[in-house]
Design a protein around this ligand. Structure first.
Ligand code: DX5
Ligand code: ZN
Length: 229
């Protein structure tokens, strides 16, 4: 089996128990902690900022995968890098000069990620695809955890996987939104290798450690037929 990573999305966790939630992810074998930064402008919701990333940084050595859903991300890159982000992912819709933004993220010592909304075509990435460390495909309209996966995004992942292969790029291909025991195998088959999960991880009735284990089992089992271990 090709390697893959699981990145629980911390905004779906219980913030009163942040450090415990993170260490439960870590012990269960999660690979990255995904942090959704929303500004109430590019997306309707406001979530967390650099102080929260700093708190996560103190709670874990796992890579922090910071997803910036903000207008004018260029102004925020430095502060998130200083807060301890390992990966910084920006939306193509928010970057007038993508090349410059990618370069700046790398100069700050972070891995550079690029993402796009469901309605934005994969061709919007072409200019920077050879330069990025990570491509994130949104499989819901960004703004909230707990939405339903859009199956139309399977084709987009396949398209981007083909482009990355043609470039011989080793960039991670990550999917975010509605990832569950059932949907992870579909996106893995399409060529994705990093899976973000908010609700499916943190809202598992037996806690996040069990949530992470179920999601990992989705690939060990091939994920289908639709049964829960
Ligand atoms: C969507 C965010 C996601 C979200 C994922 O706006 O970028 O990372 O928290 O949550 P689930 O897995 O519940 O769809
Ligand atoms: Zn996200």
């Amino acid at each position: 089996m090709r390697p893959y990573l699981l990145a629980p999305s911390i905004i779906a966790s219980d913030f009163t128990r942040l450090a415990d939630e993170i260490s439960a992810c870590e012990s269960a074998g999660a690979d990255w902690i995904h942090v959704d930064v929303m500004d109430g402008h590019f997306v309707p919701t406001i979530t967390v900022g650099p102080l929260f990333v700093e708190a996560c940084r103190r709670a874990t050595k796992l890579p922090l995968d910071v997803h910036l859903m903000v207008s004018n991300p260029d102004q925020q890159l430095e502060v998130f890098a200083k807060a301890g982000a390992d990966n910084i992912t920006v939306h193509v819709e928010t970057c007038p000069n993508l090349l410059q933004t990618i370069e700046k993220i790398k100069l700050l010592g972070c891995k550079a990620g690029i993402t796009l909304n469901p309605l934005t075509p994969a061709s919007a990435l072409d200019e920077v695809l050879p330069l990025v460390n990570l491509v994130l495909v949104m499989s819901v309209t960004p703004g909230y955890s707990g939405q339903t996966f859009m199956p139309e995004m399977i084709g987009k992942v396949e398209e981007i996987r083909n482009k990355l292969n043609a470039l011989r790029s080793l960039a991670w291909l990550e999917v975010d939104g509605g990832m569950t025991y059932e949907t992870i195998p579909l996106m893995y088959k399409a060529g994705a290798n990093v899976f973000v999960a908010g609700n499916a991880a943190f809202k598992h009735p037996m806690g996040v450690a069990q949530g992470v284990k179920v999601l990992q089992a989705s690939l060990q089992d091939g994920g289908l037929p639709l049964k829960q271990p």
